[in-house]
Design a protein around this ligand. Structure first.
Ligand code: ADP
Length: 404
């Protein structure tokens, strides 16, 4: 069955068409600048060149329509008609406490997702528009919602409650939710597979280090803690997000800079992290690495602060699980940046971790970095959130067919 995976942002839409039997990507692409003028769709069939077309996309429904057009196009298409798309899997950012696993979408599910809008005001509404567009254009196809937060719903209360008046949790559901759940689930599952062990018997720390970044503690197959919180702002220092800080800094800076709390949160999301810390040099680790090699002190300090924060979380989660068997690096930086892995690795000597430099020098490959027989196994596992969404979608469609 061909499964279309859709990831709707506030002004973008990413898609992949995946053949669920071979798990091959048949085509993928991106619609950008939806609703803000100058919109374009970039489409790439598996065995062809990327093609970009400037087309007007006033809303997400237009984007979905163009995606369908490209997928069935005579030249760059990969299916003859939309009938060859068996199901659609949607990445949904926030499922709140309502969703602990993926679901087949119906009107009740739509309403429940909408009720989580408050928790992710930029993302969830866009996700809903994406679903509505697909339902309008292909009314007979099953849509599945796969939540970024769902995998972390197993966290115990002690991990998800903040030290705030309890009423805020009761009234507004202010608590830790965590994100990148699809990736933490996929990577921890694969890590166990690679070791030939059952995930239920392992304590795994997953370091998902991309533009957005989070660490999770996966004990006996379940997420027991993770570094992102109510929103993706908490935890690690990220590309442009600050991660953890003293909350009093917000009112302090609002007063000094004469800005509102919302403006400050915007700065914490978009202008902070390694971009801010490097004094505006870059949010991209390739640039920062290059600058550090050239002796740029701000870049060197930024990378050190970044790796230190990751290492502190690894330490914290080792304590939370009373031990660790596997530390897995994933996403853009985790998969490709040997220097960052090495810098984090330098803090892990107390766990008996020593990494093999030749293995660590590899990029974007599934590989075990630690010495054989090492008490803790360190590995790189490339994440694949789209494939994980396609698998979930297939599972739910099959369950439904089987009347489960
Ligand atoms: P997103 O959260 O946007 O999906 P990614 O997982 O793509 O982010 O991670 C982006 C980061 O990964 C950037 O800082 C970039 O420098 C780094 N990165 C991605 N690919 C490579 C590569 N081939 N070599 C080195 N760094 C890379």
């Amino acid at each position: 069955m061909n499964i279309l995976v859709i990831n709707c942002g506030s002004s973008s839409l990413k898609y992949q068409l995946i053949d669920s039997e071979s798990e091959k990507v048949l085509a993928k692409g991106l619609c950008e600048r939806i609703g803000i003028g100058g919109s374009a769709i970039t489409h790439q069939p598996a065995d062809g060149e990327k093609v970009t077309s400037q087309v007007e996309m006033k809303e997400h429904t237009d984007a979905v329509r163009y995606v369908m057009e490209k997928l069935t196009d005579e030249k760059v298409g990969v299916v003859r008609s939309l009938d060859e798309i068996g199901a659609i899997g949607h990445r949904i950012v926030h499922g709140g406490e309502k969703f602990a696993s993926s679901v087949v979408i119906d009107d009740t599910v739509m309403k429940a997702i909408e009720e989580c809008n408050d928790l992710a005001p930029l993302h969830n509404p866009a996700n809903l528009i994406g679903i509505n567009s697909c339902r309008a254009i292909m009314p007979d196809v099953t849509n599945v919602a796969v939540f970024d937060t769902a995998f972390h719903q197993t966290m115990p209360k002690k991990a998800y409650l903040y030290g705030l008046p309890y009423a805020y949790y009761e009234k507004y559901k202010v608590r830790r939710y965590g994100f990148h759940g699809t990736s933490h689930d996929f990577v921890s599952r694969r890590a166990a597979e690679l070791l030939g062990k059952d995930r239920k018997d392992l304590k795994i720390i997953v370091c998902h280090l991309g533009n957005g970044a989070s660490v999770s503690a996966v004990k006996n197959g379940q997420s027991v803690d993770t570094s992102m919180g109510l929103t993706p702002l908490e935890g690690l220092i990220m590309g442009t997000r600050s991660g953890d800080l003293d909350p009093a800094i917000i009112s302090f800076l609002c007063e000094k800079e004469q800005i509102t709390a919302q403006e400050m949160v915007d700065i914490l999301n978009k202008k902070s992290g390694v971009l801010g810390l490097s004094d505006g040099l870059s949010s991209d680790f390739r640039d920062l690495g290059q600058a550090a090699e050239n002796g740029n002190q701000k870049a060197i300090d930024t990378l050190e602060a970044y790796a230190y924060r990751v290492a502190k979380y690894v330490g914290a989660y080792t304590a939370a699980m009373n031990g660790v068997d596997v530390i897995a690096f994933t996403a853009g930086i985790g998969e490709n940046n040997a220097r960052v892995r090495e810098m984090v690795g330098e803090y892990l000597g107390y766990l008996g971790v020593s990494m093999i430099p030749e293995k660590n020098a590899l990029r974007g490959e599934e590989v075990i970095l630690s010495e054989e027989g090492s008490k803790v196994t360190v590995m790189v596992i490339p994440t694949n959130e789209e494939l994980a969404i396609a698998r979930e979608t297939l599972r739910l469609v099959r369950d439904r067919e089987a009347g489960k």
